[in-house]
Design a protein around this ligand. Structure first.
Ligand code: SF4
Length: 312
Protein backbone atom coordinates (compact mmCIF):
# COMPACT_ATOMS: atom_id res chain seq x y z
CA UNK A 1 0.00 0.00 0.00
CA UNK A 2 1.33 3.48 -0.92
CA UNK A 3 2.63 5.42 2.08
CA UNK A 4 0.42 8.42 2.86
CA UNK A 5 2.25 11.51 4.22
CA UNK A 6 1.65 12.19 7.92
CA UNK A 7 -1.08 14.79 8.43
CA UNK A 8 -1.45 14.96 12.21
CA UNK A 9 0.96 15.28 15.10
CA UNK A 10 0.22 11.68 16.11
CA UNK A 11 1.01 10.46 12.60
CA UNK A 12 4.24 12.48 12.48
CA UNK A 13 5.41 10.92 15.74
CA UNK A 14 4.46 7.40 14.62
CA UNK A 15 6.16 7.96 11.29
CA UNK A 16 9.33 9.32 12.93
CA UNK A 17 9.58 6.24 15.14
CA UNK A 18 8.87 3.81 12.34
CA UNK A 19 11.70 5.19 10.26
CA UNK A 20 14.24 5.69 13.03
CA UNK A 21 15.63 2.88 15.13
CA UNK A 22 15.51 3.64 18.83
CA UNK A 23 19.20 4.24 19.31
CA UNK A 24 20.57 7.31 21.07
CA UNK A 25 20.91 10.25 18.74
CA UNK A 26 24.63 10.85 18.40
CA UNK A 27 25.14 14.59 18.07
CA UNK A 28 28.82 14.17 17.28
CA UNK A 29 28.17 12.09 14.21
CA UNK A 30 24.63 12.45 12.91
CA UNK A 31 23.69 10.56 9.78
CA UNK A 32 26.01 11.80 7.07
CA UNK A 33 23.39 13.43 4.86
CA UNK A 34 21.81 15.20 7.84
CA UNK A 35 25.20 16.39 9.09
CA UNK A 36 26.17 17.63 5.64
CA UNK A 37 23.09 19.77 5.14
CA UNK A 38 23.45 21.30 8.60
CA UNK A 39 27.08 22.19 7.87
CA UNK A 40 26.07 23.56 4.47
CA UNK A 41 23.53 25.97 5.93
CA UNK A 42 25.89 26.90 8.77
CA UNK A 43 28.51 27.78 6.18
CA UNK A 44 25.97 29.85 4.19
CA UNK A 45 25.09 31.78 7.31
CA UNK A 46 28.68 32.26 8.46
CA UNK A 47 29.53 33.63 5.01
CA UNK A 48 26.53 35.98 5.16
CA UNK A 49 27.51 37.14 8.65
CA UNK A 50 31.10 37.66 7.48
CA UNK A 51 29.85 39.90 4.70
CA UNK A 52 27.27 41.81 6.77
CA UNK A 53 29.08 42.40 10.07
CA UNK A 54 31.69 44.90 8.78
CA UNK A 55 28.89 46.99 7.24
CA UNK A 56 26.53 46.67 10.21
CA UNK A 57 29.40 47.13 12.71
CA UNK A 58 27.90 44.63 15.14
CA UNK A 59 29.99 42.87 17.74
CA UNK A 60 29.55 40.14 20.33
CA UNK A 61 28.85 42.88 22.86
CA UNK A 62 26.35 44.65 20.66
CA UNK A 63 25.06 42.01 18.24
CA UNK A 64 22.40 41.96 15.55
CA UNK A 65 19.63 39.87 17.07
CA UNK A 66 17.36 38.11 14.62
CA UNK A 67 14.15 36.40 15.69
CA UNK A 68 11.49 35.03 13.36
CA UNK A 69 9.48 38.27 13.36
CA UNK A 70 12.51 40.46 12.64
CA UNK A 71 13.57 38.27 9.73
CA UNK A 72 10.05 38.31 8.27
CA UNK A 73 9.72 42.08 8.51
CA UNK A 74 13.21 42.80 7.17
CA UNK A 75 12.20 40.86 4.07
CA UNK A 76 8.59 42.04 3.84
CA UNK A 77 8.89 45.74 4.73
CA UNK A 78 12.23 46.83 6.27
CA UNK A 79 10.74 50.04 7.67
CA UNK A 80 8.23 48.03 9.68
CA UNK A 81 11.08 45.89 11.06
CA UNK A 82 12.44 48.90 12.94
CA UNK A 83 9.36 49.19 15.14
CA UNK A 84 9.13 47.04 18.22
CA UNK A 85 5.47 46.98 19.00
CA UNK A 86 3.83 44.20 20.98
CA UNK A 87 0.38 45.54 20.08
CA UNK A 88 -0.84 45.17 23.69
CA UNK A 89 -3.33 42.59 24.88
CA UNK A 90 -6.26 41.75 22.61
CA UNK A 91 -8.91 39.02 22.51
CA UNK A 92 -6.93 37.17 19.85
CA UNK A 93 -3.66 37.42 21.77
CA UNK A 94 -5.26 36.13 24.96
CA UNK A 95 -6.99 33.29 23.10
CA UNK A 96 -3.62 32.41 21.56
CA UNK A 97 -1.94 32.34 24.96
CA UNK A 98 -4.67 30.12 26.36
CA UNK A 99 -4.56 27.66 23.45
CA UNK A 100 -0.78 27.50 23.74
CA UNK A 101 -1.10 26.83 27.48
CA UNK A 102 -3.68 24.11 26.77
CA UNK A 103 -1.25 22.36 24.42
CA UNK A 104 1.46 22.46 27.07
CA UNK A 105 -0.91 21.07 29.67
CA UNK A 106 -2.05 18.30 27.34
CA UNK A 107 1.61 17.39 26.82
CA UNK A 108 2.92 17.66 30.36
CA UNK A 109 -0.17 16.60 32.36
CA UNK A 110 -2.01 14.29 29.95
CA UNK A 111 -4.36 12.85 32.60
CA UNK A 112 -5.96 16.31 32.99
CA UNK A 113 -8.08 17.24 29.95
CA UNK A 114 -7.23 20.74 28.71
CA UNK A 115 -10.03 23.25 29.17
CA UNK A 116 -10.30 27.03 29.16
CA UNK A 117 -10.30 26.96 32.95
CA UNK A 118 -7.15 24.83 33.32
CA UNK A 119 -5.35 26.72 30.55
CA UNK A 120 -6.03 30.06 32.23
CA UNK A 121 -4.99 28.57 35.59
CA UNK A 122 -1.74 27.34 33.99
CA UNK A 123 -0.99 30.85 32.73
CA UNK A 124 -1.65 32.30 36.18
CA UNK A 125 0.56 29.63 37.78
CA UNK A 126 3.43 30.53 35.46
CA UNK A 127 3.13 34.19 36.47
CA UNK A 128 1.69 35.38 33.15
CA UNK A 129 -1.08 37.80 34.09
CA UNK A 130 -1.83 39.00 30.54
CA UNK A 131 -4.96 36.86 30.17
CA UNK A 132 -6.29 37.49 33.67
CA UNK A 133 -5.76 41.25 33.34
CA UNK A 134 -7.43 41.37 29.94
CA UNK A 135 -10.43 39.33 31.08
CA UNK A 136 -10.81 41.59 34.11
CA UNK A 137 -10.77 44.63 31.81
CA UNK A 138 -13.47 43.11 29.58
CA UNK A 139 -16.01 42.93 32.40
CA UNK A 140 -19.30 41.48 31.07
CA UNK A 141 -17.71 40.56 27.74
CA UNK A 142 -15.20 38.23 29.43
CA UNK A 143 -17.60 35.25 29.41
CA UNK A 144 -17.90 35.41 25.63
CA UNK A 145 -14.13 35.37 25.22
CA UNK A 146 -13.81 32.42 27.63
CA UNK A 147 -16.42 30.54 25.54
CA UNK A 148 -14.41 31.30 22.41
CA UNK A 149 -11.24 30.06 24.12
CA UNK A 150 -13.04 26.87 25.20
CA UNK A 151 -14.16 26.19 21.62
CA UNK A 152 -10.62 26.68 20.29
CA UNK A 153 -9.18 24.40 22.97
CA UNK A 154 -11.78 21.72 22.16
CA UNK A 155 -10.60 21.75 18.54
CA UNK A 156 -6.98 21.46 19.61
CA UNK A 157 -7.69 18.71 22.15
CA UNK A 158 -9.55 16.67 19.54
CA UNK A 159 -6.31 16.07 17.62
CA UNK A 160 -3.69 16.29 20.36
CA UNK A 161 -2.10 12.90 21.00
CA UNK A 162 -0.82 11.52 24.28
CA UNK A 163 2.90 12.25 24.18
CA UNK A 164 4.94 9.43 25.67
CA UNK A 165 7.65 10.44 28.20
CA UNK A 166 10.32 8.92 25.91
CA UNK A 167 9.83 11.94 23.64
CA UNK A 168 11.32 14.13 26.40
CA UNK A 169 8.84 16.95 25.74
CA UNK A 170 10.34 20.40 26.40
CA UNK A 171 8.07 23.43 26.36
CA UNK A 172 9.17 27.01 25.67
CA UNK A 173 12.58 25.70 24.64
CA UNK A 174 14.95 28.66 24.13
CA UNK A 175 17.32 28.26 21.18
CA UNK A 176 20.19 30.61 20.35
CA UNK A 177 22.69 30.35 17.54
CA UNK A 178 25.80 32.55 17.34
CA UNK A 179 27.25 33.53 14.00
CA UNK A 180 30.21 35.74 13.13
CA UNK A 181 31.81 35.10 16.54
CA UNK A 182 28.64 36.28 18.23
CA UNK A 183 28.13 39.49 16.23
CA UNK A 184 24.91 37.99 14.84
CA UNK A 185 22.61 36.00 17.09
CA UNK A 186 19.62 34.00 15.92
CA UNK A 187 17.09 33.38 18.66
CA UNK A 188 13.75 31.74 19.15
CA UNK A 189 11.62 29.92 21.66
CA UNK A 190 10.10 26.67 20.50
CA UNK A 191 6.59 26.04 21.80
CA UNK A 192 7.33 22.35 22.06
CA UNK A 193 10.36 20.26 21.16
CA UNK A 194 9.98 16.50 21.12
CA UNK A 195 12.85 14.06 20.80
CA UNK A 196 16.33 15.05 19.70
CA UNK A 197 19.31 15.12 22.04
CA UNK A 198 19.38 13.93 24.79
CA UNK A 199 16.47 11.61 23.99
CA UNK A 200 16.76 8.51 21.85
CA UNK A 201 14.17 9.79 19.39
CA UNK A 202 14.35 11.99 16.30
CA UNK A 203 13.58 15.68 16.87
CA UNK A 204 10.16 17.11 16.01
CA UNK A 205 9.32 20.81 16.47
CA UNK A 206 5.72 21.70 17.32
CA UNK A 207 4.29 25.18 17.05
CA UNK A 208 0.88 26.01 18.50
CA UNK A 209 -1.12 28.95 17.14
CA UNK A 210 -4.26 30.31 18.71
CA UNK A 211 -5.71 32.09 15.67
CA UNK A 212 -6.32 31.08 12.09
CA UNK A 213 -3.92 29.46 9.69
CA UNK A 214 -2.14 31.72 7.20
CA UNK A 215 0.70 30.80 4.92
CA UNK A 216 3.27 33.02 6.71
CA UNK A 217 3.28 30.46 9.53
CA UNK A 218 5.23 28.13 7.25
CA UNK A 219 8.24 30.48 7.14
CA UNK A 220 8.13 30.77 10.94
CA UNK A 221 8.22 26.98 11.21
CA UNK A 222 11.13 26.77 8.80
CA UNK A 223 13.05 29.34 10.86
CA UNK A 224 12.57 27.22 13.98
CA UNK A 225 13.68 24.10 12.10
CA UNK A 226 16.84 25.96 11.09
CA UNK A 227 17.55 27.05 14.68
CA UNK A 228 17.05 23.55 16.07
CA UNK A 229 19.21 22.01 13.33
CA UNK A 230 22.06 24.47 13.88
CA UNK A 231 21.98 24.05 17.64
CA UNK A 232 21.71 20.28 17.78
CA UNK A 233 23.52 19.34 14.57
CA UNK A 234 20.50 17.23 13.60
CA UNK A 235 17.66 18.55 11.43
CA UNK A 236 14.22 18.06 12.99
CA UNK A 237 12.25 15.35 11.27
CA UNK A 238 9.33 17.76 10.84
CA UNK A 239 7.80 21.00 12.01
CA UNK A 240 4.15 20.57 12.93
CA UNK A 241 2.03 23.70 13.31
CA UNK A 242 -1.19 23.03 15.18
CA UNK A 243 -3.69 25.88 14.80
CA UNK A 244 -6.78 26.47 16.90
CA UNK A 245 -8.95 26.71 13.77
CA UNK A 246 -8.45 22.96 13.36
CA UNK A 247 -5.55 23.18 10.87
CA UNK A 248 -2.53 20.96 11.33
CA UNK A 249 0.29 21.85 8.96
CA UNK A 250 3.00 19.23 8.69
CA UNK A 251 6.27 20.36 7.15
CA UNK A 252 8.82 17.59 6.62
CA UNK A 253 12.25 19.18 7.08
CA UNK A 254 13.97 18.30 3.82
CA UNK A 255 17.38 19.81 2.99
CA UNK A 256 15.72 22.38 0.71
CA UNK A 257 13.68 23.68 3.65
CA UNK A 258 16.83 24.41 5.67
CA UNK A 259 18.63 25.90 2.68
CA UNK A 260 15.71 28.25 1.92
CA UNK A 261 15.38 29.25 5.58
CA UNK A 262 19.11 30.01 5.74
CA UNK A 263 18.91 32.08 2.54
CA UNK A 264 16.10 34.15 4.05
CA UNK A 265 18.19 34.81 7.17
CA UNK A 266 21.22 35.69 5.03
CA UNK A 267 19.14 38.19 3.06
CA UNK A 268 17.73 39.67 6.27
CA UNK A 269 21.31 40.20 7.50
CA UNK A 270 22.15 42.11 4.32
CA UNK A 271 19.09 44.34 4.66
CA UNK A 272 19.83 44.98 8.35
CA UNK A 273 23.47 45.82 7.55
CA UNK A 274 22.48 48.44 4.96
CA UNK A 275 20.09 50.05 7.43
CA UNK A 276 22.71 49.99 10.20
CA UNK A 277 25.13 51.68 7.81
CA UNK A 278 22.70 54.57 7.36
CA UNK A 279 20.66 53.66 4.29
CA UNK A 280 16.99 54.56 4.67
CA UNK A 281 14.90 51.41 5.12
CA UNK A 282 12.90 50.37 2.07
CA UNK A 283 9.11 50.56 2.26
CA UNK A 284 7.09 47.74 0.72
CA UNK A 285 3.34 48.23 1.10
CA UNK A 286 0.90 45.36 1.01
CA UNK A 287 -1.92 43.73 2.93
CA UNK A 288 0.37 43.72 5.99
CA UNK A 289 -0.03 47.53 6.18
CA UNK A 290 -3.53 47.14 7.61
CA UNK A 291 -2.20 46.36 11.11
CA UNK A 292 1.05 48.35 10.92
CA UNK A 293 1.55 50.85 13.78
CA UNK A 294 3.42 53.16 11.36
CA UNK A 295 0.58 53.40 8.85
CA UNK A 296 -0.71 56.81 9.88
CA UNK A 297 2.74 58.31 9.10
CA UNK A 298 3.53 56.14 6.09
CA UNK A 299 2.38 57.52 2.74
CA UNK A 300 2.92 54.21 0.91
CA UNK A 301 1.01 52.28 3.54
CA UNK A 302 -1.84 54.81 3.71
CA UNK A 303 -2.44 54.74 -0.02
CA UNK A 304 -2.20 50.96 -0.39
CA UNK A 305 -5.52 49.38 -1.22
CA UNK A 306 -6.45 45.72 -1.30
CA UNK A 307 -7.59 46.08 -4.91
CA UNK A 308 -4.33 47.72 -6.04
CA UNK A 309 -2.66 45.16 -8.33
CA UNK A 310 0.70 46.96 -8.16
CA UNK A 311 0.88 46.90 -4.37
CA UNK A 312 1.63 44.08 -1.99
S1 SF4 B 1 2.40 50.98 6.57
FE1 SF4 B 1 3.03 49.30 5.22
S2 SF4 B 1 4.60 50.15 3.91
FE2 SF4 B 1 4.36 51.53 5.64
S3 SF4 B 1 5.89 50.85 7.15
FE3 SF4 B 1 3.97 49.82 7.63
S4 SF4 B 1 4.09 47.86 6.57
FE4 SF4 B 1 5.62 49.18 5.64
Amino acid sequence: MAHRPARTLAEVLDDALRRTPLTPVDVESPATADGEVVEQVRSTLEDAAGAAVPTGRWSAGDPLRLAKGTVSWLLRCPQRALVHDDGGASDDLVAGLAVDAAAKLATLVPHRPPTAETALAYLAATGDTTAADHLADLGDRAARLVDDIAARIDLLAATWPTIEPDWWPRVEEPVRVRLGDGAVQLAGRLDLLLGGPPSARPPVVVEVKGGRWYDGMRADGHFYALLAALRDGVPPRAVVTVVADGTTQVEPVRPAVLVTAAERVAEAMQVAAAIAAGEPPAVHPGSHCVHCPLRSDCAAGRTWRADDPLAG
